[in-house]
Design a protein around this ligand. Structure first.
Ligand code: ATP
Ligand code: MG
Length: 432
């Protein structure tokens, strides 16, 4: 026996393969999201997966979970510190400043793709995960906040996702937040004995984040903490009330959650999350907010910004649980070719059919086999028709067609020139 087993590789922990059985759900999610974003006037921006580490440290914040312990950071061959993007906003703002997209312009943008965070992998929380995000620049009023929220609400409707609620809060201006922060520190200092280890640390570094703690033992002390909403500056209060009015008028339900703070430092004023309790502990499917100071902080003009990002793994889990979208559609037809002559002719015939019918899902038998074996594959493929090419058909420029799904399944023979027309008639949806 050979004791030297060949090493079998496994994917990196927390980084998933998305297999064909799941990819139909991903495609449905991506297609509908793209449609909705486009309908609202958002344009796609494609960004690199890697940025300078400094970009994330300066935007997300030095004392956030992401920057402190979740980034995949490495030195490139020149000794420059680079990081796999943990989120999309920083890179998007960087690109907009770099390409002058923000000079007296309003921009509505979206992006999609993988993000990387070194987290403890668990259901709904991975090290490579995927987001689709939208960002809107140059608009300071609550109308754009409401539009972004309406867009996400529509998206859930389009996807058939029902069990989600919208949580809303305002973080106020940074000055108001600083005053609130002092009160919060005073409060938590008195009750320090009730804080878990993480929160003890955050009390010194980033006390607002304590409100975000998911730790069960922390919930009582958090519930009794002073409320951010009692400390809003006048401008933020007016903005927040106007937003609520817009949502009321549009019939979009929300809950105000004064403990909602978000894990990234760049937010100000409006923040929101869509949450569900159908997914277990990781119930936030979409999160966002306003970040009016970020663009200036990254060296651009003082331009207001707002955006959200949704977690695709969690949304796919919801779609699959709801039984949305089936598997990939079966082929319309399966091309059987038996014998050397027919096998040599099959590709050219298949290509002619594809030229004539670009939407035709035609599966060509590859790998040879006799009639019986090829018929078995045709049947297994779920195709409605088998197209049969034998030596006789090739010589006569003909093609036999056998229905595979009808109870009465008489075979017929056509000339190859007629085959495309015949298929077009058989499948309404191939007409284009
Ligand atoms: P959490 O509090 O759950 O860590 P977060 O505040 O870090 O969330 P955001 O940075 O706001 O999350 O990301 C937006 C969305 O992306 C989340 O609401 C979630 O749906 C998804 N997401 C974030 N991190 C992960 C992850 N590690 N794996 C899968 N999805 C994630
Ligand atoms: Mg996180």
């Amino acid at each position: 026996m050979n004791t030297l087993m060949t090493k079998q590789f496994q994917a990196i922990r927390g980084m998933n393969d998305i297999l064909p059985a799941e990819s139909a759900h991903w495609q449905l999610l991506e297609t509908i999201t793209r449609e909705v974003l486009t309908a609202y006037g958002y344009q796609e921006i494609r960004l690199p997966l890697v940025e300078k580490t400094e970009l994330f440290a300066r935007s997300i914040g030095e004392v956030t979970d992401i920057v402190e312990k979740e980034m995949y950071t490495f030195d490139d061959r020149n000794g420059e510190s680079l990081t796999l993007r943990p989120e999309g906003t920083a890179g998007c703002v960087r690109a907009c400043i770099e390409h002058g997209l923000l000079h007296n312009q309003m921009q509505r943008l979206w992006y999609a793709g993988p993000m990387f965070r070194y987290e403890k992998p668990q259901k709904g929380r991975y090290r490579q995960f995927h987001q689709i995000g939208a960002e809107a620049y140059g608009m300071a009023g609550p109308d754009i906040d409401a539009e972004l929220i309406a867009l996400t609400a529509r998206l859930w409707r389009r996807l058939g996702i029902r069990e989600v609620t919208l949580q809303l809060n305002s973080l106020g201006s940074s000055a108001a937040r600083a005053a609130y922060r002092e009160q919060l520190v005073a409060y938590f200092t008195v009750r320090q004995g009730e804080l878990d280890e993480d929160s003890q640390r955050r009390l010194r570094t980033n006390p607002l984040r304590i409100l975000d703690s998911k730790h069960p033992t922390m919930q009582a002390v958090i519930a009794e903490a002073p409320s951010l909403l009692d400390h809003l500056d006048a401008e933020s209060r007016i903005h927040f009330e106007a937003l609520q009015g817009l949502l009321d008028t549009a019939g979009i339900a929300y809950e105000i959650n004064p403990r909602l703070v978000r894990g990234l430092d760049y937010y100000s004023q409006t923040v929101f999350e869509w949450v569900t309790d159908t997914l277990g502990a990781q119930g936030t499917i979409c999160a966002g907010g306003r970040y009016d100071g970020l663009i200036e902080q990254l060296g651009g003009q003082a331009v207001p910004g707002i955006g959200f990002a949704m977690g695709l793994e969690r949304l796919v889990a919801m779609l699959m649980a709801a039984g949305q979208a089936g598997a990939d559609p079966a082929p319309h037809a399966y091309l059987i070719a038996v014998g050397d002559t027919a096998q040599r002719a099959a590709l050219a015939l298949a290509e002619r059919l594809r030229d004539a019918l670009p939407a035709l899902r035609l599966r060509m038998n590859c790998g040879g086999g006799g009639f019986k074996a090829q018929f078995r594959r045709a049947d297994h493929s779920g195709a409605r028709f088998a197209l049969i090419l034998g030596e006789d058909e090739v010589n006569a420029g003909a093609l036999a067609i056998k229905p595979l799904r009808e109870s009465r399944s008489e075979q017929l023979t056509l000339s190859q020139d007629q085959a495309a027309d015949w298929l077009r008639t058989a499948f309404e949806n191939l007409k284009n």
